[in-house]
Design a protein. Structure first.
Length: 82
């Protein structure tokens, strides 16, 4: 079963947690800066290709970000692994 898609809100929260600008996320994920801007603009699950969403998620996870999904004992969010 595929993992639930992370949301634009979670991406913004994860960037804030790491003190990354959109450009930092673009550089670390290999996703273009305009694409990061576009994906963050629309609320809800990221509306992009699965490989693009995976690249963004993996960039955060390499830095220790854990994505909390509905049903994980609460609502959606992010936290540091640890």
């Amino acid at each position: 079963m595929a993992e639930p898609r992370i949301t634009a809100e979670q991406v913004r929260a994860a960037r804030a947690l790491l003190r990354w600008e959109q450009k930092d996320l673009a550089d670390k994920s290999g996703v273009s800066h305009p694409t990061v801007v576009r994906l963050e603009r629309d609320p809800g699950p990221l509306k992009g290709y699965a490989r693009t969403v995976a690249a963004i998620r993996e960039a955060f996870e390499r830095e220790g970000v854990v994505f909390l999904m509905k049903g994980d004992g609460g609502g959606e969010g992010v936290r540091r692994r640890g």
